[in-house]
Ligand binder design. Structure first.
Ligand code: ASP
Length: 319
């Protein structure tokens, strides 16, 4: 089992992690992935620790895998049902967070639409001196660090590399609504730090402003965007973050930007496809490509969510 420690109390973003933190988390995730695969007994490192999942936005994969991960490590877990909580009676976020920590929560796993919420909660806890970790499980468009970590773990395991070896020599294109995607934001940072070469491609109004990512190249159209890619990451159009809608029909989107066996021919032969889910078949990706296990890592990503979140919980919560 990898030894180490973290330089921080909360998981705010990939940018907030040191290189050492990233290596340690990925080594731990690889260790847990191998242990789960081999059916080894998992030590209950989090016995007696309390994890509260606080999801203000919908989730299938992240919420369930954080719960599964905590259970495998022996934590006590509560999933706070926001719809029937005092949030509906007008309780503010600061009071909610301080209340849960006062009850003895050791970690709050938080998903929220507003950017800055993780830092705000961390400050609310330090104001009252409660040592509870706040873990980002998806924050507005700002970041989704555990998704990027599980994506990196998926690739490291697929290519048989250690976190120290990283992803040097691999080219990844992120395709679609990058502007509104927290997954793209966290992956842009993490994949680059692991040595991969990144490119963005998508409709102009769905690309981030140039100055946000000066070092990442942009493809002009799908053909050029996918050229030479070893890995293509598809993204869903984040309709819930677009006040004026996507500006084109699903058919037109698929026509211009959809990933299929046909359009994947622009990439390197045998290129891999990834997607954080949920997928919209026939919009950003063709269903037969998504289901083609020769190319698609989508279910591997889902599977890697559990060991990655075990690593995060272990690293941030173990005493
Ligand atoms: N599940 C991911 C997220 O929460 C991706 C998505 O929703 O498109 O950001």
């Amino acid at each position: 089992m990898p030894n180490g420690g973290l330089s921080r109390l909360h998981l705010d973003s990939i940018a907030s992690l040191s290189d050492g933190d990233i290596i340690y988390l990925l080594e731990l995730a690889q260790y847990y992935a191998a242990s789960l695969k081999a059916g080894k007994k998992i030590e209950k490192h989090l016995a007696g620790r309390t994890q509260i999942n606080l999801f203000f936005e919908t989730s299938t994969r992240t919420n369930s895998s954080f719960e599964l991960a905590g259970k495998k490590l022996g934590a006590d877990i509560i999933k706070l049902p926001i719809q029937s909580s005092s949030v509906q009676k007008g309780e503010n976020l600061r009071d909610t967070v301080q209340t849960l920590a006062a009850m003895g929560a050791d970690a709050l796993i938080v998903r929220h639409r507003e950017e800055g919420v993780i830092r705000f909660m961390a400050e609310a806890l330090s104001e009252v001196g409660l040592p509870c970790a706040v873990i980002n499980a998806g924050e507005g468009t700002k970041g989704h660090p555990t998704q990027a970590l599980l994506d990196a773990l998926t690739l490291l395991n697929h290519f048989g590399r250690t976190p120290q070896q990283g992803l040097k020599g691999l080219r990844m294109t992120i395709c679609g609504d990058i502007r509104h995607s927290r997954v793209a934001a966290s992956n842009a940072e993490l994949m680059t730090r692991l040595g991969a070469e990144l490119r963005f491609v998508g409709p102009a109004h769905m690309l981030p402003d140039e100055d946000f990512y000066p070092a990442i190249s942009r493809g002009n159209g799908l053909k050029q965007g996918l050229a030479g890619a070893d890995i293509v990451m598809a993204l869903r159009i984040q309709l819930e973050r677009m006040e004026d809608g996507p500006g084109l029909s699903n058919q037109d989107y698929f026509q211009g930007w959809g990933l299929s066996h046909q359009t994947m021919q622009y990439a390197k032969p045998g290129a891999l496809i990834m997607h954080p889910g949920p997928i919209n078949r026939g919009v950003e990706i063709d269903g037969t490509l998504a289901d083609d296990r020769n190319h698609s890592l989508i279910l591997d990503q889902v599977a890697m969510g559990v060991p990655t979140r075990m690593a995060v919980l272990d690293a941030f919560l173990s005493e």
